[in-house]
Design a protein around this ligand. Structure first.
Ligand code: PEP
Length: 250
């Protein structure tokens, strides 16, 4: 982990969690303060829980985020939520372009870029996800795919304060598989070069998270890789003990 960049461990609860999950979140709040010196913690529950979690989290050193937003601020979009609504509920960061949304909802790089701009419009941090499929990796296209997604999904005006990039190989999400640390280093180094070429010194300070089957047993070795500035964690973020154990790897 780079000393110069404050690390971020972000939990993506996906479509998991009911009001009863407050007990698990309480346990995260109870343990989260221990990492405040060098690590930011963020939990992105389903939208239904953002307001309650954010109320509970006030002053406790764990931020609350959202998993997606609509690109518009308001209007006739039944069932959608704007970034402004999510920020109003208490979200300080919003994930956009997760591979499950790209696959399940056909989200393109252009739409992800609009969503990232919407996140900034609402005053929150955009966590933009990129990553290759298994077939693309096997075909040797990983850097091309990630480069294309970065070019298409990141708006101009990105800074280290308003943007986090999450590299999540699609084939590693929820499968228990992870790339080798050498592979992670190669992709994160490539992402860093793309960010500094385009955003200059800001690009050198942006956080690049690794995501895909991060768990307590592999967190430290992944977080120790150059240009890995934290993790985006799915399944293992649902349990406070696992989430906090991952944060301990920073
Ligand atoms: C994710 O969906 O962002 C993710 C990284 O999931 P998991 O940790 O379960 O692989």
């Amino acid at each position: 982990m780079s000393d110069a960049i404050r690390s971020l461990i972000a939990g993506n609860w996906k479509m998991n969690g009911l009001k009863a999950s407050m007990a698990e979140f309480d346990a995260m709040l109870a343990g989260g303060g221990a990492f405040a010196e060098k690590t930011d913690l963020l939990v992105c529950p389903p939208a239904t829980l953002i307001a309650a979690f954010a109320d509970k989290a006030k002053g406790k050193g764990v931020a609350v985020g959202a998993q997606d937003c609509h690109q518009n601020a308001s209007g006739a979009h039944t069932g959608d939520l704007s970034a402004e609504m999510l920020v109003d509920a208490g979200a300080s960061a919003i994930i956009v372009g997760h591979s499950e949304r790209r696959a399940d909802h056909g989200e393109s790089d252009a739409l992800v870029r609009q969503k990232a701009q919407a996140v900034w419009r609402a005053g929150a941090i955009a966590i933009v996800c990129i990553g290759e499929t298994r077939a693309q990796r096997d075909a040797g296209q990983t850097l091309d795919i990630c480069g294309g997604q970065l070019k298409g999904s990141l708006p101009d005006g990105a800074t280290a304060a308003n943007l986090v990039v999450a590299y999540e190989p699609v084939w590693a999400i929820g499968t228990g598989l992870t790339p080798t640390t050498a592979d992670v280093e190669a992709v994160h180094g490539f992402i860093r070069r793309v960010l500094t070429d385009r955003f200059k010194t800001e690009g050198g300070r942006m956080r690049i998270l690794y995501g895909g089957s991060v768990k307590p047993s592999n967190a430290k070795e992944l977080l120790d890789v150059a240009n890995v500035n934290g993790a985006l964690v799915g399944g293992a973020s649902l349990k406070a003990s696992d989430f906090l154990a991952i944060a301990a790897g920073c």
